[in-house]
Design a protein around this ligand. Structure first.
Ligand code: GDP
Ligand code: CO
Length: 435
């Protein structure tokens, strides 16, 4: 893969958010070719050899969340995931009257006769999984019936624990409703390329789609960005600007469902529910490691955190879920920014105005409280979690040496228990008048 180096970078304490990077070649060849030794190339462009991508993929779990999607779509998605990744399907599909989960399982077994991938599937509402959460001290993920809560975010959090237990160093997410296997393949290659070039152990990569095809007046139109994204990105950028004092438009992936992280980062951030989980990655990293309040992990502060944004080449086409779906997604994204202790009052007003103007909230109404927060996974007792799953069919994949897990990591992992006040602002931030 050949990618331009990021042109701009936004710094916020030890956090670096890189500008969107363009992909020039999806495949730039093998490692030991003559090309690799030409240093001139490297100033503005990075060539990442196929073997280097594979190296990352051997240590990567790809999580595919699924809820009542068509099996044909799933089959396409799986065919696009590079072979060396371990695939974890986390399903919240219905079990009655038709047991869609059983259908997924059968289909998967059949497909894997041909693919021979390392893959397994779990149901989010599985009793064994619920017990594991309970034993491991992570009951917050459970509902009043004692089962893991519904929601894509909850499925993602659960599978992050499973990916850790598989001994993986990286975790990436791919939606199961993608129409183009070629796009899926490309996203995983891009995850690998960015994580390969990251300097910090704490890194994340997010995909900015090149385009989203739509039919407009019976011909194809390639829209640049989703409608919800524009609003989320604008407000996220305003939040960053309110501390740095410089306007920015650098964040372009506020709602990126397609993203991957190093496991070290995935274990050290808090999460939020529903579709707010993706913008909350930015917010929580700024909250925890932006230097505004004392951070729960000195190691992360020292090594720094890198965000990469990569513009993919394939158009992004997924299942259309309707207007209401887009609305609730956008509203949740706005709520999670609004609720951040970092969000200045003037930005809160702006968020409300924006929601009123778009008809996502009734004029004059206060921000409803719909989001739930989950503390970082350093709070999970991995030894107990693994033990609770030892008789499950996928136990053979859970081969991490959990004794090494830095349980609680010296803190209980939940930044939201801390109070942010202006007094916490370090000098350079405090000087800024947050109006
Ligand atoms: P969008 O693509 O972000 O507009 O949202 P989707 O509704 O397509 O959801 C993204 C992915 O998450 C899809 O693959 C869904 O099948 C999956 N998904 C949605 N809700 C849940 C859930 O409650 N649990 C799990 N495990 N997956 C879910
Ligand atoms: Co979708």
């Amino acid at each position: 893969m050949r990618i331009e180096i990021p042109r701009e970078v936004e710094r916020f304490g030890p956090i670096q958010i890189h500008d969107v990077q363009k992909v020039w070649e999806l495949d730039a060849g093998l490692k030991y070719s003559e090309l690799e030794s030409k240093p001139k190339d490297r100033r503005v462009i990075t060539r990442i050899a196929y073997e280097s991508l594979q190296e990352v993929q051997e240590e990567m779990a790809i999580v595919v969340p699924i809820k009542d999607e068509r099996i044909k779509l799933l089959e396409g998605v799986l065919s696009g995931i590079p072979h060396h990744c371990t695939v974890i399907l986390v399903s919240n599909s219905q079990r009655e009257p038709v047991d869609r989960f059983q259908i997924e399982k059968d289909a998967l077994e059949h497909m894997n006769k041909f693919m021979k991938k390392d893959l397994f599937i779990v149901h989010q509402k599985d009793k064994a999984i619920a017990k594991a959460c309970k034993d491991a001290g992570y009951e917050c993920l459970l509902d009043d019936k004692g089962l893991v809560r519904s929601g894509k975010a909850e499925g993602m959090i659960l599978s992050t624990i499973l990916a850790y237990l598989c001994g993986k160093k990286y975790i990436g997410f791919i939606d199961s409703d993608n129409y183009f296997p070629g796009a899926v393949y490309e996203y995983v290659q891009e995850y690998s390329a960015a994580l390969y070039s990251a300097k910090s152990n704490y890194s994340m990569v997010r995909i900015a789609w090149h385009s989203k095809p739509k039919v407009v007046e019976s011909s194809l139109f390639f829209a640049k960005r989703g409608r919800a994204s524009e609003h989320t990105n604008k407000i996220l950028n305003s939040l960053v600007s309110s501390y740095t004092g410089y306007g920015t438009e650098l964040i372009k992936t506020g709602n990126a469902g397609e993203h991957a992280m190093s496991m070290d980062l995935a274990l050290n951030i808090d999460y939020s529910s529903g579709y707010s989980i993706e913008p909350y990655h930015y917010i929580n990293v700024l909250e925890r490691y932006g230097g505004i309040i004392e951070s729960p992990s000195q190691d992360v502060m020292k090594k720094g955190i890198e965000f990469f944004q990569i513009e993919s080449r394939n158009p992004h086409l997924h299942e259309v879920k309707g207007e209401e779906h887009v609305k609730s997604m956008s509203r949740e994204a706005m709520e999670v920014i609004y609720r951040s202790p970092m969000c200045p009052d003037y930005l809160k007003e702006e968020i409300l105005e924006d929601l009123y103007a778009r008809g996502l909230l009734e004029e004059g109404a206060p921000m409803p409280e719909t989001i739930r927060y989950y503390p970082a996974l350093t709070k999970v007792d991995m030894v107990k979690f693994k033990k609770a799953l030892k008789n499950e069919p996928y136990a053979e994949y859970l081969k991490a040496d959990v004794r090494k897990f830095n349980y609680l990591n010296g803190n209980n992992g939940f930044i939201r228990d801390k109070v942010f006040t202006k007094a916490h602002l370090p000098d350079e931030h405090a000087k800024l008048e947050v109006k």
